[in-house]
Design a protein. Structure first.
Length: 753
């Protein structure tokens, strides 16, 4: 009996059915096969089907008595089964052929591998890196290998040997370095101590047993431990009443007495006390001092008790300068040369020279010999920033009146030294009965005006020689005409009692003068912006050939336009100066904006403001941007780069200064002092306590000081504020509590004797 079986490998889903439901015969052990791929089989013309169950194949006879060849249904079933079996047979054949092909390929590859190995060994070169049975290379030895030759007769005789040089004696043993100075920060075991020194402390602020304060952290209301003592300072005493208007560098009587001459105004110049001999007390306010009247009311009236001097009323009352009404001084707005008011006087100047255009082309003005500064006070309403200057006490406290009114002013004098402003600083310089002899010493004072006047700027002179016909006055006018012609000024207009000249835009006129014409041009190596304790020079300051200083835009565009003279600032900058200029403006805009929102700077009526380390003037520019009705004195310390020309080119005010000395202004000048990074820089040159004592002198009672500096400096400054009697608060910057800098906000209190 033969059984034909078909094995299925992939058609596991195939089914063989007969009838609607498959049925099974009785189970029998012989009906089970241990096969896994049996689909169907035929046995003696009988068809069997299977079903997988419990891992075995169960099959049954579909029809034991059925003859497949005679039944159509069974025949179709047989045909279908035979087709499937034929396909499976073909699959088995293909599988067998694939196995044969793989076997043949392996045999051929082995044969070629053997031939390649045999060929690589035959030609002596290693072609197959898998096998390397080469023997090591052999070396043939020359028959003359053991032959010895003497070639000494071919070599030149050796040079005679020199005796070895005498070596220098060894240096003496080094002395051990001196033991390091110990400040007591850590003890011998490396543990931090409770108290230690911090270096120099002002001897006038040394601790005593009474009324002392300990330097450390605090002031912001937190519970931070104040374990580190840095210095001990005492509460400073009040100065005598006679010092209530004390200016240290202008009231040094001992130095003034020792001057060899005072005929040129030397006594009005700076004569600072020697280091260690300065004042060490708090300058008191006048009796019954009041909070100043806010701007713009202060332009027309101030409290009498704040500047209790009536002599000026007696001297100038008839000239419409000033008057007294009850407990106030009144300012009608007149002057010696403009009795009918400063406004009418300014209109006259504008009509004489329309190109002056106040508030557009003319932005920064210097008023020399200002009186009570009515000229500058009314210029402010025309979008002009004036600076009024006069010597101390020529007319009793005229600069103090100007500052109390809220007008930019400073004590300064034309004498023997350069004024503390850069070259080409002012668009217009004005002198109305300023009592200065411009033609003395071959015009050296007018040459100083020429240095400070911008190329193409104007000089307005209102004085008796302009309009009086007396012989002496006419002689003075001729001398003035001659001098201005020799320095290439053009007389633009002479009308009534005013004469206006214009400065040239370049050096062409100076170069084309006759060789014998005086005064000469200054040397090429002369720095016209070097002004700190520099004597006047009897020469004409050269204008830059590249036009720097003359090519400025009009106001207000010039405020944010990087000026040409920005490129002349000597500083270590790794990026473009223009980018640095813009970055500073953005930085201070953000800071001032936060102060306006948080501290309500627009509501607290700030008027007189000083930036003690001004940089490019970004802090003052932010005041303009935010519409704060105040003026800012931008101070450029001599310890840093001279950015003062840039500040004036922007249409702002400024001055050079050394903060190791006192500033040239009266006590109680400013409503706000701003010091960013100043103390940490100047502490290398002078004492922080001395700087802050000067800050107290020039700050009004009720005024504010904002100090931004490193943490260590701020902590020391915080304790000094206690000695000054200020209320101070330590605060974090916008950088957060872990930043390297902090802000110290201070309020000066009104102290009474």
């Amino acid at each position: 009996m033969r059984v034909d079986c078909a094995f299925v490998h992939r058609l596991r889903t195939a089914r063989l059915k007969f009838g609607p439901e498959p049925f099974w015969t009785q189970n029998s052990e012989k009906n089970f096969l241990d096969v896994t791929h049996l689909l169907s089989f035929s046995l003696n013309n009988k068809v069997y089907s299977f079903h997988k169950a419990r891992g075995r194949i169960r099959f049954r006879l579909l029809s034991p008595e059925l003859n497949i060849s005679h039944s159509p249904e069974k025949k179709s079933l047989q045909v279908e089964t035979e087709r499937e079996m034929k396909g499976l047979v073909r699959h088995e054949i293909l599988t067998a052929n694939l196995f044969a092909k793989i076997t043949v390929f392996f045999l051929i590859s082995s044969a070629f591998f053997y031939l390649g190995k045999h060929w690589s060994q035959s030609d002596g070169y290693q072609q197959l890196i898998f096998f390397n049975h080469q023997s090591p290379p052999s070396i043939s030895i020359s028959p003359n290998a053991n032959l010895t030759l003497d070639i000494s007769f071919l070599l030149p005789p050796p040079p005679p040997s020199n005796p070895p040089p005498n070596l220098p004696s060894p240096p003496p043993p080094l002395r051990p370095p001196p033991p390091p100075d110990r400040f007591g920060i850590v003890d011998e075991n490396g543990k931090m101590t409770e108290n230690f020194d911090v270096g120099e402390v002002d001897p006038d602020l040394v601790e005593n047993d009474e009324n002392q304060t300990v330097v450390g952290e605090g002031g912001d209301g937190n519970s931070r431990a104040r374990a580190r003592a840095r210095a001990r300072v005492t509460r400073l005493r009040l100065c005598p009443e006679r010092m209530r208007e004390y200016i240290p560098c202008l009231d040094n009587e001992e130095a003034i007495k020792n001057l060899e001459s005072t005929e040129k105004g030397e006594k009005y110049e700076r004569h600072c006390p020697e280091q260690g001999n300065g004042f060490d007390c708090l300058v008191p306010p006048p009796k019954d001092y009041k909070q100043p009247i806010p701007w713009p009311r202060s332009r027309d009236e101030v409290w009498f008790n704040n500047v209790p001097h009536s002599r000026l009323v007696e001297d100038k009352g008839g000239q419409n300068w000033i008057s007294i009404a009850k407990d106030k001084f009144k300012f009608p707005g007149g002057g010696t040369q403009f009795i009918h008011g400063a406004d009418q006087y300014l209109d006259q100047i504008s009509q004489m020279v329309p190109d002056i255009t106040f508030g557009n082309h003319t932005r920064v003005v210097l008023d020399v010999g200002c009186g009570v500064a009515s000229f500058g006070a009314y210029l402010l309403s025309r979008n002009v920033i004036p600076l009024s200057i006069a010597p101390k006490d020529v007319h009793e406290n005229q600069i103090q009146f100007a500052l109390e009114r809220g007008v930019p002013a400073m004590v300064a004098a034309f004498a023997t030294r350069r004024l503390l402003y850069p070259s080409q600083a002012f668009d217009l310089i004005h002198c109305s009965r300023c009592r200065i002899n411009w033609t003395r010493d071959d015009g050296i004072l007018l040459l100083e005006v020429n240095r400070m006047l911008r190329a193409g700027g104007y000089f307005a002179w209102a004085a008796q020689p302009v309009y009086k016909h007396e012989e002496s006055q006419q002689e003075a006018w001729k001398e003035m005409e001659n001098l201005t012609a020799r320095i290439c000024w053009e007389l633009v207009k002479k009308e009534g009692y005013i004469a206006i000249w214009k400065k040239p835009l370049n050096n062409s006129c100076y170069i084309n003068r006759d060789a014998e014409v005086q005064p000469p041009l200054c040397d090429n190596d002369d720095d016209p912006d070097n002004v700190w304790y520099v004597d006047l020079k009897p020469c004409i300051t050269r204008l830059p050939e590249n036009g720097y200083g003359a090519n400025i835009t009009t106001w207000p565009d010039r405020l944010h336009y990087p000026p040409d003279r920005l490129q002349t600032v000597e500083q270590d900058a790794y990026i473009s100066r223009n980018e640095l200029f813009k970055a500073e403006s953005r930085f201070w805009n953000d800071i001032v904006g936060s102060y306006v929102r948080a501290y309500h700077w627009k509501k607290i009526k700030l008027r007189n403001v000083m930036d003690m380390r001004a940089g490019f003037g970004g802090f003052a520019a932010a005041f303009v941007d935010f519409g704060i009705d105040a003026w800012v004195m931008n101070v450029v310390p001599i310890s840093g780069p001279n950015t003062l020309p840039v500040i004036f080119d922007r249409g702002l005010l400024g001055v050079i200064h050394d903060w190791c000395e006192a500033f040239d202004t009266y006590p109680r000048t400013y409503d706000l002092l701003h010091a960013s990074g100043l103390l940490s820089i100047e502490q290398k040159r002078c004492n922080i306590s001395g700087i802050m004592l000067e800050m107290d002198r020039i700050l009004r009672p009720g005024g504010r000081a904002y100090i931004l500096d490193t943490k260590s400096v701020i902590e020391e400054a915080y304790e000094i504020t206690k000695a000054l009697g200020w209320r101070a608060v330590l605060q974090d910057t916008s950088e957060g509590p872990y930043a390297s800098r902090r802000v110290l906000r201070c309020d000066k209190q009104l102290l009474r004797a």
